[in-house]
Design a protein around this ligand. Structure first.
Ligand code: M8O
Length: 217
């Protein structure tokens, strides 16, 4: 049975998209091995032909699981949820599930790709911070408004969902790029509540096997 083979996560400690998957694996109690891919070293190990065979998009995360190799964090999370349903990360109710996907897509398609390494590397040194800040801030204004309708304790009412797995790593990036979070009290409150949970702590970029010593918690 392929369920008996430990999954392998191709990961980078600071990749926000990989962190989403690490949270899902932790919440569901799935044991896995990590295969670190250093996105900076050697000009970017994700560009190697060996890794390109694993993910032709040359990005992390990729997850080898159940005899298949998956990439794209939301596809991975939804596969995990369909095959290992507890605790569920997509609500049973269709409207709540749509909210979860809407918030996840807002972050995963509408914010993160505009500030990822591939894009920032195209910009000059002096342009990167302002670029990242402007797209995160624009996205967060929309997200704050949406959360005011959907949130309870977490992004969609009171159950942790895929939306929360997207929110926390995006707030980490916002802090990394020194975004002013004072206009976003709901985002800030939900982030703080989620960071109390063990699955979000153990998967944090500061606590991974490939975290450099100076960035360790
Ligand atoms: O500067 C580095 O250490 C390299 C890459 C990252 O952090 C990952 C990203 O591209 C940002 C992200 O996942 O949102």
């Amino acid at each position: 049975m392929s369920f008996l083979v430990k999954p392998v996560l191709h990961t980078y400690f600071r990749s926000s998209c990989t962190w989403r998957v690490r949270i899902a694996l932790a919440l569901k109690g799935i044991e896995y091995d990590q295969a670190p891919v250093n996105l900076i070293k050697d000009g970017g190990q994700q560009l190697s032909s060996k890794f390109t065979d694993i993910n032709p998009m040359q990005q992390v995360p990729s997850l080898e699981i159940d005899g298949i190799t998956l990439s794209q964090s939301l596809a991975i999370i939804q596969y995990l949820d369909e095959t290992r349903p507890k605790p569920r990360l997509l609500p049973e109710d269709a409207k709540k599930r749509a909210y979860v996907r809407m918030i996840s897509d807002l972050i995963a398609s509408g914010i993160q790709p505009l500030q990822n390494l591939m894009v920032l590397q195209k910009l000059g040194d002096g342009e990167r911070l302002g670029w990242a800040q402007s797209y995160i801030t624009k996205g967060f204004h929309a997200l704050e408004k949406i959360l005011d309708c959907t949130a309870g304790q977490y992004c969609v009412e009171d159950e942790v969902s895929m939306a929360d797995l997207c929110l926390v790593p995006q707030v980490y990036n916002a802090e990394r790029f020194k975004v002013d979070l004072t206009p976003f009290p709901t985002i800030t409150r939900i982030n703080q509540a989620l960071m109390e949970l063990e699955a979000f702590k153990v998967s944090h970029p500061s606590r991974q096997p490939d975290t450099p010593p100076d960035l360790r918690a």
